[in-house]
Design a protein around this ligand. Structure first.
Ligand SMILES: Cc1ncc(COP(=O)(O)O)c(C=O)c1O
Length: 358
């Protein structure tokens, strides 16, 4: 389907000089498409604008909403622009649609929308390692307070430059294992990227940050004994003979970075093992020195070392508290692939073509 493009008549100049922070700056255009009467309407790119919603719009009451988070980068060698594994995000978006009873988006149209929008605002894609953050979103818009799936939706994509997580250098994280609150339970919506999962995490994350921790680590809701993931990252533990992480299930987000790290570990000859990490064992192994490294991985953090885990009132320091060699190698490799300057995994890079001017 052809995407109708209306240019912003007064686009602001792209910012320069870095320090973009996260999620506060947006480019002059957005993609949007509405679902009504059982079908998606005309896809379009328009000047970025506010959205008018009836106060009874279902998204405002029952949270029928999903989103994605991914990035586009500039290749420092030739200035070209590309995305990293957007096909994975499109698939995850449509899986979230299914779980939240929302209509799927055609994968080809989704990819075309991403490419045309990014091409139009190409000047806003910063130099690596800063990047353009991409936020595809779907909300339910039917004005009705009945607790049932909406019959109308808005799918839109907004984009904007974001800073690098590593702007101030590599800062190993001090994390708190969350022993009171849980993120998701089997059969729930933990593997869907839906707003409610994040709303529910705000209080425990704030409590942890107020107590001086950088992030929280979620445990499984049923037994509170195994590590699932972190606030907005997956987590893995490095031993001499294996790297372990929670298996994919309906209680964790199926991270694109987690998947990529798993592939790279295999290629580095590391034994990537998807088995529930038992938190008491992880902490005892940190204390004894058997646990060599721990890292968080996600679109924002790429691969970030974990300095210590706080569990049952004590800090368990991992290794020497700094970045270990496996974490460093994974981070550097992935950053090279993200920037488009690595020869590894060219299939993970999706170029943004230069379309004819409209
Ligand atoms: C809860 C949660 N887990 C894990 C991740 C990491 O996923 P990805 O690597 O696709 O960014 C994210 C980030 O989107 C997240 O929000």
């Amino acid at each position: 389907m052809e995407i109708k493009i209306t240019r912003n008549p007064n686009p602001p100049a792209p910012p320069t000089g870095g320090n973009y922070g996260f999620g506060a700056m947006f480019t002059p255009h957005m993609f949007q498409m509405e679902f009504r009467n059982g079908a998606w309407g005309e896809p379009s790119i328009q000047p970025i604008h506010d959205i008018a919603l009836h106060p009874a719009a279902k998204v405002l009451h029952y949270g029928q909403e999903i989103f994605e988070g991914m990035k586009a980068y500039t290749n420092p060698e030739d200035g070209s622009v590309h995305m990293f594994r957007p096909d994975m995000n499109i698939k995850r978006f449509n899986r979230s649609c299914e779980r939240m009873s929302m209509p799927k988006v055609d994968a080809e149209l989704f990819m075309d929308a991403l490419k045309r929008l990014i091409d139009l605002d190409r000047d806003w894609v910063p130099e690596s390692p800063e990047a353009l953050y991409i936020r595809p979103t779907m909300i339910s818009t039917q004005p009705s307070l009945g607790v049932k799936a909406s019959d109308a939706y808005l799918f839109y994509i907004i984009i904007g430059p974001v800073g690098s997580y590593f702007a101030g250098g590599i800062n190993p994280l001090r994390v708190k294992v969350e022993e009171r609150y849980v993120r998701s339970a089997a059969g729930g919506v933990g593997s869907a990227k839906t707003g409610g999962n994040y709303a529910a995490s705000l209080l425990p994350i704030k409590q942890a940050q107020d107590a001086g921790f950088d992030q929280i680590v979620w445990l499984d809701a049923k037994t509170m004994t195994t590590v699932e993931e972190m606030g907005a990252m997956n987590i893995a533990f490095v031993y001499a003979d294996k790297v372990i992480t929670a298996p994919l299930s309906d209680t964790i987000l199926h991270g694109v970075t987690r998947d990529s790290v798993g592939v790279l570990c295999g290629e580095f000859g590391l034994n990537w093992t998807e088995t529930p990490p038992v938190v008491a064992e992880i902490c005892a192994d940190a204390d004894s020195g058997k646990l060599l490294e721990a890292f968080a991985c996600g679109t924002a953090a790429v691969v970030t070392p974990i300095k210590s885990l706080h569990f049952q009132g004590a800090d368990h320091v991992v290794g020497d508290g700094g970045e270990g060699p496996v974490t460093c190698k994974l981070r550097e490799t992935l950053c090279g692939i993200h920037a488009g300057i690595s020869e590894q995994h060219p299939e993970w890079i999706e170029r943004i073509p230069q379309f004819e001017a409209v």
